[in-house]
Design a protein around this ligand. Structure first.
Ligand code: ATP
Ligand code: MTE
Length: 181
């Protein structure tokens, strides 16, 4: 049975050459953390990291967050598009144990209501061990759009993976657990 007393460990990984170099201030990491803190009512610990685009650097950051830091949930923003240096999906494929394509389908569907270029994102969700990893486009406004679209399924997904138990504010996201534990 999932431990309901320990805080969930959540990591936010910003993948952006320009945010990593300081060319612009990272808005993705703080935006994602703000969304999580507004939505999740159970205890959470959040860590944020910024790395430049790149298959190996992103894969290595994710391996460390999953295997050494035991993150329950990781949000990755950026690097999901078609540009040559957008290699987040390749890094995800390198470290994933299982893929959940429904996340990408639903996030793109929601984003398409805002921008026609939403189809350019190769975003998805995967698990590695007990960690669920969700990828989101780098545009900061995509965070709320994408998380609002899929987060109702995240608490139960974490339950099934054996990760931390989380609760959400039903006014923001009504978590759906088909089998009450
Ligand atoms: N981490 C971020 N913080 C603030 N703004 C961002 C961030 N990532 C992307 N953006 C904004 O979204 C727009 C589209 O992002 P783009 O696809 O170019 O970024 P990326 O490939 O994810 O990151 P980069 O080009 O820096 O490596 C950018 O012009 C930028 O204004
Ligand atoms: N909600 C939302 N989704 C979006 C966008 C956006 O502005 N809002 N931008 C699109 C664009 S223009 C691109 S190129 C892809 C990939 O973005 P990334 O490389 O920053 O991950 O996400 C797409 N999905």
């Amino acid at each position: 049975m999932t431990d309901r007393t320990s805080p969930a460990h959540i990591a936010i990984l910003t993948v952006s050459d320009r945010a990593a170099s300081g060319e612009y201030e990272d808005k993705g990491g703080p935006g994602a953390e703000g969304w999580l803190r507004d939505t999740i009512t159970s205890p959470i610990e959040v860590i944020r990291q910024i790395v430049p685009d790149g298959r190996e650097i992103v894969a290595e950051a994710l391996r460390d967050l999953c295997d050494n830091q035991q993150a329950d949930l990781i949000l990755v923003t950026g690097g999901t598009g078609p540009a040559p240096r957008d290699l987040t999906p390749e890094a995800i494929a390198d470290i994933a144990h299982r893929e959940y394509p429904g996340f990408g389908e639903e996030m793109r569907r929601a984003s398409l209501l805002e921008v026609p270029t939403a189809i350019l994102s190769r975003q998805t969700a995967v698990s590695r061990g007990k960690t669920l990893i969700i990828t989101i486009p780098g545009k900061p406004s995509a965070i709320a759009t994408c998380l609002n679209a899929v987060f109702a399924a995240v608490p139960y997904c974490l339950d099934l993976l054996g990760a931390a138990y989380i609760e959400t504010d039903p006014a923001k996201i009504k978590a759906f657990r088909p089998k009450a534990k």
